[in-house]
Design a protein around this ligand. Structure first.
Ligand code: UDP
Length: 356
């Protein structure tokens, strides 16, 4: 029986591999260029006993019972409600913006009942919502936009907010209540033993074989395969024949401190100062007690391993040119293959619904 090839062992490739192996009883060869599985979800326990997310904070949340139940076959869960603070002018504020953020930033005493007075007198009324700036200013006005969003977004994406589409901040609400959770999804938790263990479980099937440390290009001519599912960057697959698709890359600067706690919550954002966007302190994810703590500062770049597709119209058009190249043998999947700013649960849901 001919094997399927899945390029990349991240969440998209792993879920699809499992389905092909389990539902269709097909052979699957997972080809992974790194020396570990999991793609950007990869985590490991360090010498301090802390689970480190090597490629930045991954907080699992979903509204989908189906997605939750699928993953629950492969992991137990650690209850975790993600909370983020943002540092503006040296003060910490809840993020997303809620009633407390508004009152502390303005020095006011608005309540859930009358905070609309502020919003209504400060929000703008653009005829169309075309960019990140429009989304935020039309909800809460320019003062909050400048202090909490403008510089963070420009640092993160390398473009002015006027050139970035609304979808980038669509996932960040503005709240009138005091809820300080980053997400309010029905299911929110972290895999008890980490993402790598969970993905190991997903890939643990007698029909699935994994090749680590292997660039797909080095083996592609030696295997007569049934179908290829490619979760790497689509422009790279086609040797950049229409030019490079812009992606945002992120460098993580890890630091260890001989202290119990570096910051009060797992993630603190730094919208206006420094070249990093946020600092993650990993021990908060699993509420563990250790004498040391490990943090990572996140610095966005234009070059490096592609991480975030930059969904401007121009880039989407270039992606569409690549996607239109006739190719019956290959299906492009995941954030890089589809050039979409997916969260983990969105990718899993898509892969679960995929016709195989
Ligand atoms: N964002 C911002 N200020 C913040 C947090 C987020 O301007 O304090 C914007 C920024 O453009 C960011 C987007 O909202 O890229 C989505 O934020 P999220 O935390 O979901 O980003 P991710 O975890 O996917 O990097």
């Amino acid at each position: 029986m001919k094997t399927n090839i899945i390029v990349g062992s991240g969440i998209a490739g792993s879920v699809l591999a499992r389905r092909l192996a389990e539902e269709n009883n097909e052979q699957v060869l997972v080809v992974e260029k790194r020396k570990y599985i999991g793609g950007y979800c990869y985590d490991y326990r360090d010498e301090n006993g802390i689970l480190i997310h090597k490629h930045g904070p991954h907080i699992f949340r979903t509204e989908s019972k189906k997605v939750w139940e699928f993953l629950s076959r492969f992991t137990d869960w650690e209850d975790y409600q993600h909370k983020v603070l943002t540092n503006v002018n040296g003060q910490f504020y809840p993020m997303p913006i809620n009633l407390d953020t508004v009152n502390r930033f303005l020095g006011t005493n608005y309540t859930a009942e009358n905070v609309d007075d502020y919003f209504n007198s400060h929000r703008t009324s653009p005829t169309e919502i075309n960019c990140v700036k429009d989304v935020i200013e039309s909800q809460i006005g320019s003062e909050f936009y400048h202090a909490f969003f403008e510089k963070y977004t420009e640092k993160q994406w390398g473009l002015p907010c006027e050139q970035l589409p609304p979808e980038i901040v669509a996932r960040i609400p503005i709240r009138k209540n005091r809820d300080d959770r980053y997400f309010t999804h029905r299911y929110q938790a972290l895999p008890k033993e980490g993402y790598t263990k969970m993905i190991q479980g997903i890939l643990d099937h007698s029909n699935i074989h994994i090749l680590l440390n292997t660039e797909y290009k080095t083996i592609k001519d030696s295997i007569d395969c049934k179908h290829i599912y490619y979760s790497g960057a689509i422009d790279e697959y086609y040797d950049y024949c229409y030019g490079k698709l812009p992606y945002r890359s992120v460098t993580f600067e890890f630091e260890t401190y001989p202290i119990e706690q570096y910051q009060p919550v797992s993630v603190v954002n730094y919208p206006n100062n420094y070249d990093y966007t946020r600092i993650t302190e990993f021990k908060h994810f699993y509420h563990i007690k250790t004498t040391n703590t490990v943090i990572a500062k996140e610095i966005p770049h234009a070059d490096g391993d592609p991480s975030y597709p930059i969904p401007t119209n121009e880039n989407k058009e270039l992606y569409n040119k690549y996607a239109a190249i006739p190719n019956d043998n290959v299906t492009f999947i995941g954030r890089l293959g589809e050039y979409k700013y997916y969260s983990m649960d969105q990718i899993i849901e898509k892969m679960m619904e995929y016709e195989i």
